[in-house]
Design a protein around this ligand. Structure first.
Ligand SMILES: [Zn+2]
Length: 436
């Protein structure tokens, strides 16, 4: 079905910049944008009048652990290793598919509600998360988490098994190394061989905390990035998506700049866990692709990309010691086109003919944060990055299909909070009454 969105201001993140009171034609059968620009005169099946609305590309969250929504608020203000060993790891061992499904649906609901159309996930019980994705229609990049513990080889086999399944086109499977401090050279070899053979990207946590480098060097020796480039073709042949990347050296930055290497910058998690403040402005100036991730809801504690990118912009200025660093347009690109590049897709992240119709309609009369209504490209960047609330998201389309409108999932008829409270309440031993 061809749907025409008529009369909106369209922030394309592409060569057209801002189209004022323009039209965008999307086709749910091809999933593509068929027209974007000034008044459209051709044929369509349905029209949505969107005068006074803003249309942007859907936001791309390049690092999360989706089902960790079930751990939101569970053990706060604790030292990291104590929190993990006393709170998270014992409960993660009890996770079931039902709990992960409920946590995934809630997380997807939260993402669509806040304008995110794509996310990269690293977790466990992927089949339950995939069910939630199928039921809701969001776009996802699943990277099964691999930690070097007994039986890790089965996780590689499981990734291969997922790759061989027939999944809908909005779900891609890639691979992961949880971290170079939790995985040794054998895991690196197995995952790199798989990535090269199947043309996958490798998603990993990299140099998040100050202590991590020493732990990595004990397993892999120094110059590990250079060695894995030479040995396996990292960031030449194999795309690397590195979450956090707070502590890269100048030499490492030179090594990865301009290559198939992206940092998923997660500033709120870095602040909350006191991991450090990544010098992202310097990374970007050096030619490194930097996208944005929320990390899991246990260390953020939400999946709201506008909030994340706002912190990224402000903290980036502070880290650079320069208020002209990290301008709003760049921050906007970090959650759109640079996110697309991070996952190796050139057909999402901007609104251009032939690209996927992943887009968000914002009601820019829905709150004081949109006023004055400048109606200019820079005005929209400023409001989105520095003042807007994601509560203004009105409709979300993915591959030309509307999946969210006015607070409701359109493909899944379910009491999201009711299911979550029931399943997660039982998980915490609260019986059917839920979490109270
Ligand atoms: Zn993470």
């Amino acid at each position: 079905m061809r749907v025409l969105i008529r009369g909106a201001d369209i922030l394309t993140a592409g060569s057209q910049g801002l189209v004022v009171q323009g039209d965008i034609l999307i086709d749910s059968s091809s999933g593509n944008i068929e027209y974007v620009g000034e008044h459209f005169d051709g044929l369509y099946d349905e029209v949505i009048y969107a005068y006074g609305k803003l249309v942007t590309p859907g936001l791309i969250n390049t690092h999360t652990h989706l089902a960790m929504t079930v751990f939101r608020g569970y053990g706060e203000d604790m030292e990291l290793s104590k929190w993990l060993s006393e709170k998270i790891w014992p409960k993660e061992a009890e996770l079931t598919d039902d709990v992960v499904y409920a946590g995934s649906v809630l997380g997807i609901y939260e993402m669509l509600m806040t304008g995110t159309t794509s996310f990269v996930d690293m977790y466990f019980h992927e089949e339950a998360t995939i069910e939630a994705i199928k039921h809701t229609g969001i776009r996802a990049f699943i990277t099964p988490g691999i930690i070097e513990s007994e039986g890790w080889e089965r996780r590689v086999e499981f990734t291969v098994d997922l790759l061989n399944r027939k999944l809908p086109p909005n779900i891609e499977v890639h691979t992961s190394i949880h971290g170079l401090y939790t995985c040794g050279p054998e895991v690196v070899k197995a995952v790199s061989d798989l990535a090269k053979h199947e043309n996958l990207f490798i998603h990993m946590h990299l140099l998040e905390a100050p202590w991590e480098r020493q732990a990595i060097e004990e397993k892999h020796g120094s110059d590990f990035l250079k060695r894995y480039r030479d040995k396996y073709g990292w960031f030449d042949d194999i795309r690397i998506l590195a979450a956090h990347g707070v502590w890269l050296t100048d030499e490492e930055i030179r090594l990865v700049a301009g290559k198939k290497f992206s940092i998923a910058h997660c500033p709120q998690s870095n602040l909350k866990l006191v991991s450090g403040v990544a010098p992202v402005w310097m990374y970007i100036e050096s030619g490194v692709n930097v996208s944005v991730g929320t990390d899991g809801a246990a260390s953020n504690n939400n999946l709201d990309m506008l909030e994340e990118v706002r912190v990224a912009a402000m903290l980036g200025k502070w880290r650079a010691g320069d208020p002209t660093a990290m301008p709003a347009k760049l921050a906007f690109e970090m959650m759109t086109v640079k996110g697309a590049k991070a996952v190796g897709r050139d057909d999402i992240g901007s609104l251009e003919i032939g690209k996927k119709a992943d887009l968000v309609v914002w009601n820019v009369s829905s709150g004081p944060w949109w006023y004055p209504q400048w109606g200019t490209e820079d005005g929209y960047y400023a409001h989105l990055i520095y003042s807007a609330s994601s509560l203004s998201v009105e409709r979300v389309f993915i591959s030309g299909e509307e999946v969210f409108r006015n607070g409701a999932l359109l493909k899944l008829n379910l009491d999201v909070y009711g299911l979550f409270n029931k399943v997660v309440g039982q998980f915490y031993g609260g019986g059917d009454k839920g979490v109270h």
